[in-house]
Design a protein around this ligand. Structure first.
Ligand code: BTN
Length: 246
């Protein structure tokens, strides 16, 4: 086991990702170490957003990785593997889990988990990666203005033991990380694409030019999203260049 071979628990932290970065700077830390906490006072989301999580209700974890087998240009592979590991965990309890590109984990039209991956790149090598995961488990009420949060307990009507969940999640992420180490890149990419939220469905999107109807058909080798228009034209997007409209 690599992911979860060492676990560091903190009752509360500003942010597990920030703390993982601090540990990487100041100490020797083994690959696969998980830093986790009950509460974050400054939990970070993508594009500078805050991550809301009630004290003691959810999984808030950061995994330290040294993915030397991945070229920095191919870093989206790491994001895909982590997303799939979370899906594997959730599949144990609920059906219809999808990945909203690039790496939000969805159940129907609601978000159950978010991922914040931070790489440190030195020359042509990834020196280290911090994979932060916020996974909503037992929270039943969300107070922030996040548009569509959901949790495992809201979906199932049950409460879950967080420590058991952490063990299972670590095992599922470890399997996916081992696929990366074994360079099963095509398998990871194909599974990721087949799990995409709205794959092949005609839906509304907004880019800097217009609102239009299109369908997601794939992602490129470098993780850019491909949306086809009714006329067959294909648009390619980086993160934040396109919005999904409901
Ligand atoms: C998103 O905006 O969807 C990404 C959310 C990522 C939240 C997790 S919670 C654990 C880790 N520590 C952080 O500060 N953020 C990530």
């Amino acid at each position: 086991m690599i992911i979860g071979s060492k676990l560091f628990y903190f009752e509360n932290l500003p942010s597990t990702n920030t703390h993982a970065a601090l540990l990487l700077k100041n100490s020797d830390i083994r690959e696969g170490t998980i830093i986790y906490t009950n509460y974050q006072s400054a939990g970070r989301g993508q594009i500078g957003n805050r991550w809301e999580s009630e004290d003691g209700s959810n999984l808030l974890i950061s995994i330290v990785l040294f993915p030397s087998m991945i070229n920095p240009l191919d870093q989206f592979l790491i994001s895909m593997a982590i997303s799939l590991g979370i899906c594997d965990f959730l599949k144990r309890f609920i059906p219809s889990i999808t990945i909203k590109w690039p790496n939000d984990i969805y159940v129907n039209n609601d978000k159950i988990a978010g991922i914040l991956i931070e790489h440190s790149i030195l020359g042509d090598k990834i020196e280290n990666t911090i994979a932060g995961i916020g996974l909503n488990i037992n929270q039943n009420e969300f107070l922030s203005n996040a548009p569509n949060p959901i949790s495992l307990s809201l979906l199932t009507g049950k409460n879950f033991d967080l420590n058991n969940c952490l063990q299972m999640l670590a095992a599922d992420l470890d399997n996916r990380y081992k696929q990366l180490i074994s360079e099963l890149f095509t398998q990871i990419r194909d599974e990721y694409i087949s799990r995409l939220y709205r794959l092949n469905k005609w839906c509304k999107y907004k880019d800097r030019n217009s609102i239009y109807t299109g369908r997601i058909i794939s992602v490129t080798e470098y993780g850019r999203l491909l949306i086809e228009r009714p006329g067959g034209e294909i648009s390619e997007y980086s993160f934040k260049e396109v919005d999904f409209i409901l």
